[in-house]
Design a protein around this ligand. Structure first.
Ligand SMILES: [Zn+2]
Length: 130
């Protein structure tokens, strides 16, 4: 039995974003009030599953344990990923199954839903090198 650490941002296999029905802009976290495109401002936002693959746009390897309430044993990486289809950048932690010291800009990564910390019932999305 697992529960999402944040409600409404992802499923077991995909991030949930919104797409503006007027200008086509994508948002993550899901924007539910108005389109943030200053030239648009439509309230016609539809929930949609986002690409579960992308490329590393930037990253940072931390050599200290994450401070509460975050979890991460040093060294761990936080990755900014440009989604394949939507081309928006989504932050997330690198999966513990991937090696942060081997990470490079442009690496292909895919979404994985994993426990927030070891033994936790809460799960969160992370990125894994492919
Ligand atoms: Zn719009």
């Amino acid at each position: 039995m697992t529960v999402p650490a944040i409600d409404g941002w992802f499923t077991d296999s995909a991030l949930l974003g919104t797409r503006c029905g007027s200008c086509g802009s994508y948002f993550f976290p899901p924007e539910r009030a108005f389109c943030r495109n200053p030239a648009c401002g439509s309230a016609e936002l539809e929930e949609t599953e986002l690409s579960s693959t992308g490329k590393v746009w930037s990253f940072s390897v931390n050599h200290y344990d994450a401070p509460a309430p975050f979890t991460g044993k040093a060294p761990y990486a936080v990755v900014a990923v440009e989604l394949t289809e939507e081309q928006i950048v989504v932050l997330g932690q690198l999966s513990a199954t991937s090696d942060p010291s081997a990470l490079k800009i442009g690496d292909e990564v895919s979404l994985v839903v994993e426990e927030l910390s070891e033994g936790s019932e809460e799960v969160v999305w992370k990125w894994r090198t492919t």
